[in-house]
Design a protein around this ligand. Sequence first.
Ligand code: SPD
Length: 284
Amino acid sequence: MELWFTEEWLKGLRISVKVDSVVYSTQTEYQKLAIYDTKQFGRMLVLDDVIQTTECDEYIYHECLAHVPMFAHPNPENVLIVGGGDGGTLREVLRHPTVKKATLVDIDGGVIEASKRFLHQWNSGFSDPRANIIVGDGLEFVSNADSEYDVILVDATDPVGPGEVLFALDFYRSVKKALKPGGIMSAQTESPIAEPAVVKSIWDRVRSVFPIARLYTSPVPTYPGGWWSYTAGSTGPEPMVPLRKPGDDWGLKYYSPEIHERAFVLNPKMQKDIGVYDQGGDHR
Ligand code: SPD
C-alpha cells in the first residue's frame, strides 16, 4: 500500500508527497516529529505535519538565511541561532572562518537528537568545536543577553505552536538588545506568495525595532507558495551589501554575491502587498 504525506498549505490547498519509507517518527515534548525518505524531495523533516526541511532544497533556505547577514557583517565572530535544531543554519554559519563561537538554542531537544541520528546532510556543525548547543527557550535566552552577538539568526518554525513567540515585537526588541553595536539579525519571515499579510505584519514589527530593515526572498519549492522571505534588521551595516565572498571550496549551491544583491529586489506586487518601497537606490 502506498503511503503519502500531506501538508495543508492553505485552506483549500494541499501538497502530497509519496513516502518511500518512514525513517523515524516520534512525539517530542513539544511536537510530532517525522523523518521520511521520498523520491521527489529526498530525506524530509516534518514537525506537526509541516515540512521543515528537505534534502532537495534545504541549501537554498539555509544559505540565504545565514550567508546574507554573515557576509554583510564586517567580522562576525560570535553568532547566535535561535531555533534551527536540524543544524542546517549552523552548518552554513560555521563555514565562515571569522566565527569563533556559534550558539544554537532550540527548545526541542528531540529535533537536535533526530538530526544527529538521521539528518546527515544537515548535521555536520554539531561536532564542530566552535558550536555551543543549548536545549532551551530561545525567547528567554535572547531576553537575558545584552550586546553579545555580532549576528543573530532566527530559524523558527511557522508562527503557530512553539515557534509563535519568535515573531513577536518583544522578541525582536530583545534580539536588538542582544546584538553588539553594529550587529545584524536575520529571520525567516514566511511566504510572500501564500501569506503576504503575515509577511507584512512581521515586516512591520521588525521595521519598527531596527533602524535598518530589509526584506529579501528566495525560492524554496517545498514551502507554501514555493517562494520564501527573510527579514534582516541591522543596527549598523547595510544588509544588502556583501563585504566578502565565499571560498570556492565551500561548495555553496545557491548563495553568491550576485544572488545576495538580487535577493533584495522585490517585484511591484510584493512591494505593495508588504509595503516595502525603500530598498532601491544608492546603498553603497
Ligand atoms: N513552512 C515551514 C517553514 C519552516 C521554516 N524553518 C525551517 C527550519 C529549517 N532549518
